[in-house]
Design a protein around this ligand. Structure first.
Ligand code: ADP
Length: 486
């Protein structure tokens, strides 16, 4: 079965968050499956370290793609990366679409990813190889479904769209589609791409939902939640209409990237087979490294923290409240995060300033891969108060690293964490509402657990004992591919 994944991220060479890890983890596992042959296509971002790619070569030297009546040259590269065959679209467009420092966050993001979608479809048309499954991810590649079906008539069996989030939808004007060779006005219909709330506006994610043969979300709970107005971001109506196409498949974790037994960022290694004492000692060593680097105290009180993008989804207010509450109880709080939203970043810079003389608070407002690994291992508890969480990877990482998650019971968090009320199987602490009372209660539960080492270690062990690998989810995807392809 020939599967082509089209996405905007691929970890670690192009990662902004969980999406990049999911693409690499799933593709790697699919590659190991005897019945699937998988390739991944993404933009050739200028920041990709080409030296980390194996057998990099040109696959198609020069092909054109249209925008605003002009033909622009592209080159398709191919390489091996993380045991996967990847294809990198080099867009030689005067706007320098992928010659940027970051993946997202530019005023022309819509044109950048529409250009990518159109050029990739053009490439697949030229290759003219039958594709059993075209697997698209989020709004960035959703328009490929339109180009493939309505414009270039690609030789494709079925199209699958995975919704990693419905928050970002790729809204645009009809002329934005005109620019890429489709008649945008013709899609301004309620049963096609018309945005459910903004008149005369197209919605690319909605288009993907309408055009795909199957839709997946990254956890079963999120598949249910997005059918409600609380979580659907106005797409709940169209999703409900197509709910027969919708299935939740829980994300796995790339257990090679996230392996405390071999993690190059950790000085002491451990895993499920280590004794409880060894796990504790490893974590103490990593606390010591953080303490030396940032002056954090080493008293016997819990270390609690968050490693996250700081966006409204992740509930910045509840992160701040937990910080205050932890400090009040003489615990240590660590926040490693950066915000793409200037006002939020500024707010946390102020908070950082406010706590600059508090030894038991570390606010590190940056994206730092190596520090993230160290923090995941050093913490006693990871704080994840998300307003919604399609799947979430940090709870999976933390459990594997022997750090107990405290999380809001939503989406993938609720599907992957078992509350410690269930002593035999519990892996973390769950709470329903992120209000002040629940925050205080949840942190109190964490502090109490910390003072009861036998139960604490049991819960920690249960978390480390979870199978969060891609084995099962990848099989679920293969079954889905086979079911839709028949
Ligand atoms: P999302 O994709 O919504 O950002 P996930 O929990 O699915 O959230 O995935 C987040 C990924 O990004 C995790 O691997 C996490 O370690 C990483 N991450 C988030 N913020 C940072 C940061 N400031 N520094 C390093 N890694 C980060």
């Amino acid at each position: 079965m020939h599967i082509v994944q089209i996405a905007s991220e691929f970890a670690p060479i192009a990662k902004a968050g969980g999406l990049g890890e999911v693409i690499v983890g799933l593709s790697k596992q699919l590659r190991a499956h005897p019945q699937t042959q998988v390739s991944v296509i993404l933009p050739k971002y200028e920041f990709i370290p080409l030296s980390s790619l194996k057998s990099l070569r040109i696959d198609l030297p020069d092909f054109k793609s249209i925008q605003d009546g002009k033909l622009h040259p592209n080159t398709m590269w191919t390489a091996d990366c993380e045991n996967c065959r990847i294809y990198l679209l080099e867009a030689r467009h005067p706007a320098g679409y992928f010659y940027r420092e970051r993946i997202y966050g530019y005023p022309d993001d819509l044109s950048r990813f529409l250009y990518f979608s159109r050029a990739v479809t053009e490439y697949l048309k030229i290759k003219n190889q039958y594709i059993d499954i075209l697997h698209l991810h989020d709004w960035h590649s959703a328009a490929v479904a339109l180009f493939a079906k309505d414009l270039l008539h690609l030789p494709v069996g079925k199209i699958i769209l995975t919704l990693h989030t419905v928050e970002y939808q790729g809204k645009c004007a009809s002329w934005d589609l005109d620019a890429f060779g489709l008649n945008g006005q013709a899609y301004l219909k309620q049963d096609l791409l018309e945005d459910p709330t903004i008149p005369q506006t197209l919605n690319l994610l909605k288009g993907g939902i309408v055009y795909a043969d199957a839709i997946t979300t990254v956890s079963p709970s999120y598949a249910k939640e997005i059918l409600t107005s609380e979580y659907g971001f106005h797409l709940e109506g169209i999703l409900y209409q197509y709910k027969h196409k919708l299935k939740g498949i829980l994300n796995g974790l790339d257990t090679t990237l996230w392996n405390p037994k071999k993690d190059p960022y950790l000085s002491v290694h451990y895993d499920l087979n280590s004794s409880s004492k060894e796990v504790t000692q490893a974590k103490e060593t990593h606390k010591l490294s953080l303490s030396k680097r940032f002056g954090l105290p080493l008293q016997h009180k819990p270390w609690i923290g968050s490693v996250t993008r700081i966006t409204p989804q992740k509930n910045p207010e509840a992160i701040e409240q937990a910080l205050h509450e932890t400090v009040k109880k003489n615990g240590t709080f660590i926040l490693l995060g950066a915000s793409p939203i200037p006002s939020i970043q500024e707010h946390f810079l102020k908070l950082q300033h406010q706590f600059k003389n508090s030894p038991n608070v570390l606010i590190h407002l940056d994206y730092d891969e190596s520090l993230a690994h160290l923090i995941f291992s050093a913490l006693d508890f990871l704080w994840i108060p998300s307003r919604f969480e399609p799947c979430g990877l940090t709870q999976l990482i933390s459990m594997r690293y022997g750090t107990i998650p405290i999380a809001r019971a939503t989406g993938g968090l609720q599907d992957t964490i078992i509350d410690l009320n269930n002593h035999s199987f519990g892996t973390g602490i769950l709470f329903d509402k992120a209000d002040q009372a629940s925050i205080v209660t949840s942190l109190q539960r964490a502090f109490t657990l910390f003072e009861t080492p036998a139960i604490y270690e049991k819960i920690r062990y249960n978390g480390m004992n979870q199978d969060s690998s891609w084995k099962k989810p990848a099989l679920d995807y293969v079954q889905l591919y086979q079911a839709v392809h028949q």
